[in-house]
Every structure is written in structure tokens, then in C-alpha cells.
Design a protein around this ligand. Structure first.
Ligand code: DX5
Ligand code: ZN
Length: 226
């Protein structure tokens, strides 16, 4: 069966002075999801945006035809639960968190799902996947970090490829419909390699927002994936 690939531009690299317009433009360029990087200056050494920005952008997260484009919230925060609930209320569709930032991973997953959102777990480059032994049945998404979280524009860390292969095996064994997303250093020239390792969803920040023509980049990524 052919894999369905999704491209999720990270608005971390967008022009923050024109965020609504940037979301509209990147959706017009063909984004499947909008990736929303939440940093708290505690779990990671940077500070971005909170739930009020998410609710302000929610009305802009749709195609010209009015079809909603999912907001993919990546929480780089500690603790997790209160902010996860606030983002669910702010219109997030998917909420992912780092298991090492939650004292009770299973509880955090259930709390996100109880709010009607899809739940994901995020793994840093040096973080083992062991927690998946116990919760893969409960989640909708695995997000593999291919850079250390905190900043856009870093280089892809190659060991992520082995980790993606490992996650793909686990997802196949689970028999569940779970997205395998990769975040950090994704460009037109490496996206095919990352897909071949087993990823189906690709975050890209600087690769897209760093160029004048967003559609040209998204199209080139799709060509590389085809
Ligand atoms: C890093 C963020 C990423 C980041 C990716 O902490 O989670 O989503 O925006 O940016 P690029 O694509 O520039 O590596
Ligand atoms: Zn991210």
C-alpha cells in the first residue's frame, strides 16, 4: 500500500510579526499540518508562544476552500499537563509532549485524549524509545527529534534514521494507525532518505520559511517523496 506523506511546516521560522498571514501563505503552498513549537525556557533554552497565540491562529488554519488544516502542537515544556489542556482548549488537533518532561506519561496521554485531541510522544536524539513498550497502544503519533529541541535551522542528526527504523518496526508490530513524524533539519535533499527509513510526516521550518517561494519548496519535497 502506498504511504501517505504529510508535510508540516514549523511556524517557528515564520515572521512572527505576520503570523496569521504566514499560516495562510504556507497553507496555500500545500501544507498538510501546521507545526506549532511551544518552548518554555525551562525544558528547552528558548521561549516561543502560548495557547493565546494558538487560538488567535486557529481561524487562519484552513484552506481557501474552508477545509480545516490540523494544528500540530509540539510541547517542549515541563510540566506538561496544564499546558496540554490549555492548548486543547485553544484549538490544537494533535498534542505531543516529551515523556521525560512528564512525571506520569500514561496519565498525560489519557488527559490529552480526553480533551478530544490526538496524542503524541516526542523523543530527543539521545532519548531511548523504551516507554513505547508500554504506551504505543495509547498514542496516535510518534515524533522523532533529528535535532536537539530549542531552535530552528540546525543540522539533521543521522542517528535519527536508525531510530525511525526502530519506531517503524514497533508501529507495524502494533498494527495501529500511528503517524511517524520527524522534526529537525529536514530539507528537500534529505527528505527521501528520512522517508525511506520509515517516516511519513515531515516537519520543516527553515527549509520552507527561509525561502521566498514556500510552494516551490513544498512541491520539491513532494517530488522527492514521489
Ligand atoms: C526545534 C523544533 C523544530 C524546528 C525545526 O526545537 O521542534 O520544529 O522548528 O526547524 P528546522 O526545520 O529549521 O530544523
Ligand atoms: Zn517541533
Amino acid at each position: 500500500m502506498a504511504m501517505t506523506y504529510r508535510i508540516a511546516p514549523s511556524i517557528l521560522s515564520a515572521d512572527f510579526a505576520r503570523l496569521g498571514e504566514e499560516v495562510k501563505n504556507v497553507i496555500a503552498a500545500g501544507s498538510d499540518w501546521i507545526h506549532f513549537d511551544v518552548m518554555d525556557n525551562h525544558y528547552v533554552p528558548n521561549l516561543t508562544f502560548g495557547p493565546m497565540i494558538c487560538s488567535a491562529l486557529k481561524p487562519h488554519a484552513k484552506t481557501a476552500a474552508g477545509v480545516a488544516v490540523p494544528i500540530d502542537v509540539h510541547l517542549m515544556v515541563q510540566p506538561v499537563d496544564a499546558l496540554a489542556a490549555a492548548f486543547a482548549d485553544a484549538g490544537a488537533d494533535l498534542i505531543s509532549f516529551h515523556p521525560d518532561a512528564s512525571g506520569h506519561v500514561h496519565r498525560s496521554i489519557q488527559a490529552i485524549k480526553a480533551k478530544g485531541c490526538k496524542a503524541g510522544l516526542v523523543f530527543n536524539p539521545a532519548e531511548p524509545l523504551d516507554v513505547l513498550d508500554w504506551v504505543i497502544e495509547d498514542i496516535d503519533l510518534v515524533l522523532i527529534m533529528s535535532v536537539n529541541p530549542g531552535f530552528g535551522g540546525q543540522s539533521f542528526i543521522d542517528s535519527a534514521l536508525r531510530k525511525i527504523e526502530d519506531v517503524r518496526r514497533r508501529i507495524t508490530a502494533s498494527g495501529k494507525d500511528i503517524r511517524l513524524e520527524v522534526d529537525g533539519g529536514i530539507k528537500v535533499d534529505n527528505i527521501r532518505r528520512v522517508a525511506d527509513a520509515g517516516a511519513d510526516t515531515f516537519v520543516a521550518g527553515s527549509a520552507i520559511f527561509g525561502k521566498p517561494d514556500y510552494k516551490a519548496v513544498v512541491d520539491a519535497m513532494r517530488v522527492a517523496l514521489s
